[in-house]
Write a protein that binds this ligand. Sequence first.
Ligand SMILES: [Zn+2]
Ligand SMILES: [Zn+2]
Length: 150
Amino acid sequence: MTEPTSSTHGQCHCGAVKFEGKGPIKGVDACHCATCRQLNGGPYMGVGFHDGLTVTHGAALKWYDSSDWARRGFCGECGTSLFYNLKGTDFYSASSSCLDMPSGMALSHEYFIDEKPDFYDLAGEQPRLTGAEAFALFQKDDDQKDNKND
Ligand SMILES: [Zn+2]
Ligand SMILES: [Zn+2]
């Protein structure tokens, strides 16, 4: 068990789904992949919680299987896109737009830069990874976790 740390509160637009992310926010990641953009109306800007999150009001929470490896959580009342979860893991990314974000946050990474349409760009000097580079990075993280858990 890790010692109790700060948590970050969040909710959907109508308030039917409320949650707390475990641990402090370190940064925001943007994903430009076609699935994220279609589900979110633009690039997905998420905050990763590696120790999971607690849903405190969840009766309206629905899950959608968006791929073999990930599912998305959204509010069945107002339709707000809330979560990305790697299936079978405690890794959740919560939409930065639904969190009580501290000020002064910066983008940490951009993912799937090779799927970004031409009509927008995000400012900043953060690393910009292609889909292949992102999968390679996550695979490395998975291997480290597997070693720890098994
Ligand atoms: Zn809602
Ligand atoms: Zn994506």
